[in-house]
Design a protein around this ligand. Structure first.
Ligand SMILES: [Zn+2]
Length: 267
């Protein structure tokens, strides 16, 4: 039996309370038809025009993304703009959309645990503790590999665990780190936390969107830094939300948009 959108919002609120989100964030529903029963869902990292076209093709009732479609308050809608056109199509197709963003990142059943599990980390704690003092509450993570690995073996494991063809790394020739044990990570863009990772005792710091100057901080701190790309680690969201929703309602039809429309091609 299908569940209404209102009930899905309540369900996600229990798992990933929006009180846990960052102050600048806009997790939760973006467009909601509360009484509509949800039978077909599209899960994606971002709500792009391509995602929307596929969702319309599938007659989706709901699109669940990691990054919010809307970050800021909307006071005007111009239907000729990129987002304005999407608004029109979403409403015309009676389609709702919601985001599980930093509320998903910050809770124990969310992003950090999924990434730590893929890396096989033990005793994982938040890299940046949150303020609510609840069970996990925080961004990123620091944990230990069960058995130390050479940096080459660890990087191979990272590529395999996240199905990545390429990763960028600095400090691999650092002779002070012959074996890797303590791993810090932050899915998405965590380059500002390089010094925190070093203070936490990390041998390696994994994140995305790393800039020249953030790499410089890692270099000066004698820390190996790995850029998996923003999408590279965060895409664990897709399969995780798919599994959560199917457990709640096994009759649900779910499509996953497992593609990064913003990927920078190397040419
Ligand atoms: Zn992100």
């Amino acid at each position: 039996m299908s569940i209404t959108l209102e009930k899905w919002i309540e369900f996600f609120e229990e798992l990933f309370p929006t009180i846990m989100e960052e102050s600048w964030d806009n997790s939760g529903y973006q467009i909601m038809n509360p009484t509509k029963k949800v039978q077909q869902v599209m899960i994606a990292m971002d709500l792009t025009d391509r995602v929307l076209e596929e969702a319309i093709h599938l007659k989706a009732d709901l699109i669940v993304t990691h990054h919010p479609f809307l970050f800021e308050g909307v006071k005007k809608i111009d239907l000729s703009t990129y987002k304005g056109k999407m608004f029109k199509k979403l409403i015309q197709n009676d389609m709702s959309c919601m985001a599980l963003h930093t509320n998903y990142d910050a809770t124990s059943k969310g992003m950090n645990t999924m990434i730590a599990d893929r890396l096989g980390l033990l005793d994982c704690r938040p890299l940046i503790p949150g303020l609510t003092g609840t069970e996990y509450d925080g961004l990123g993570g620091v944990g230990q590999l069960e058995n130390p690995l050479s940096i080459d073996a660890f990087l191979r494991q990272v590529k395999t665990s996240f199905n990545l063809e390429n990763i960028a790394v600095n400090g691999i020739d650092n002779k002070h780190n012959p074996m890797i044990r303590c791993i810090a990570f932050c899915g998405g863009a965590g380059g500002d936390f390089v010094s925190v990772a070093k203070k936490a005792g990390a041998d390696v710091y994994l994140t995305g969107d790393v800039t020249h100057h953030q790499t410089q901080v890692a270099y000066e701190n004698n820390l190996i830094i790995v850029d998996t790309s923003h999408y590279g680690m965060e895409k664990v969201f897709l399969d995780h939300i798919d599994a959560i929703m199917k457990t709640k309602d096994p009759s649900l039809q779910i499509a996953i948009y497992a593609h990064n429309d913003f990927e920078m091609a190397m040419i």
